[in-house]
Design a protein around this ligand. Structure first.
Ligand SMILES: Nc1ncnc2c1ncn2[C@@H]1O[C@H](COP(=O)(O)OP(=O)(O)OP(=O)(O)O)[C@@H](O)[C@H]1O
Length: 266
């Protein structure tokens, strides 16, 4: 079933922290429509991972995260996880499992329309996802035998297999070579369009974020400081105030060229 606009993601007054320390200050987001690809950028320690984990229901938070008329934060975690999948920055090395087994276990944990499907159907779906990510040759390899980049791809296959409405990716291309960086960004866009999936990913490479995102959220010190199409959100002024760098930005809106000239003194 194709998701309608009623299935937009909305965030109202979302805040989160550790102990008494607020890391994500109350955040409101204009709705994100199904099929949109959004990148969350910002300096180290801005609170990006904390925000993603709060959206996924994996970190305690106040406020509400709406998908259509549901408030996801009010759902039991198992129900929340039917709608939202979070891919962490690093996949634990579960020594006993192969790539195929991790993807199969993700599929078994995520019944489609209430049905788990036959073993044969699950295997076929798992291999399809693994092939689309580009690691078909590694299907029978143990996670503990993979390189860092290969493990990141296996983690992505596992997240995609769950078929979420909202996919949260924490630096999904940080360990990947150029071929796989491009492959993953194209795949996320394709799946967003095919399934009406909302993708929200943390990226540090602003040129890639600008090239592949419909919308950019710039996050600094736990607050949203810019939100819009890439060419509106990534500007020399924003880069100066958020990252303390002097940069020239040129090129068409979806192919921004960012020339980092220098760091700015504190
Ligand atoms: N488990 C924790 N306990 C206490 N403070 C934490 C914990 N995890 C993160 N923090 C703090 O929360 C702040 C935000 O961290 P977070 O990982 O969300 O930032 P980030 O924007 O994802 O950073 P990066 O780009 O470096 O990955 C940091 O100051 C960090 O020290």
């Amino acid at each position: 079933m194709m998701a309608g606009f009623d299935d937009a993601l909305g965030v109202i007054g979302l805040s989160a922290g550790y102990g008494g320390r607020t890391i994500v200050h109350p955040l409101d987001l204009a709705p994100v429509a199904p099929g949109q690809v959004v990148s969350l950028i910002g300096p180290n320690a801005a609170g990006k991972t904390t925000l993603l984990r709060a959206l996924a229901g994996l970190h305690p938070a106040q406020g509400s995260v709406r998908l259509g008329d549901r408030d996801l934060l009010r759902l039991p975690l198992a129900d929340h996880a039917r709608f939202v999948t979070y891919m962490p920055q690093s996949l634990p090395q579960r020594v006993a499992l192969t790539v195929l087994e991790t993807v199969v276990s993700a599929l078994r944990a995520s019944p489609v329309d209430g049905a788990i499907g036959s073993d044969q159907a699950i295997l076929a779906r798992a291999m399809e996802v693994i092939d689309r990510v580009g690691i078909g040759a590694l299907a029978m390899t143990g996670l503990d035998h993979l390189s860092g980049g290969q493990r990141q791809l296996a983690s992505l296959a596992q997240a995609l297999a769950r078929g979420p409405r909202i996919l949260l990716l924490d630096e999904p291309i940080s360990a990947l070579d150029l071929h796989y960086q491009l492959r993953v960004m194209k795949l996320v866009r394709e799946l967003a369009a095919e399934r009406g999936m909302i993708a929200l990913m943390v990226l540090h490479d602003l040129s890639i974020a600008a090239r592949w995102s419909d919308r950019i959220l710039v996050f600094a010190e736990g607050r949203l400081v810019a939100d819009g199409p890439p060419a509106q959100a990534i500007t020399p002024d924003i880069l100066a105030s958020v990252y303390r760098v002097a940069a020239d930005i040129s090129g068409p809106p979806d192919r921004l060229h960012i020339d980092l000239r220098d760091i700015l003194d504190d």
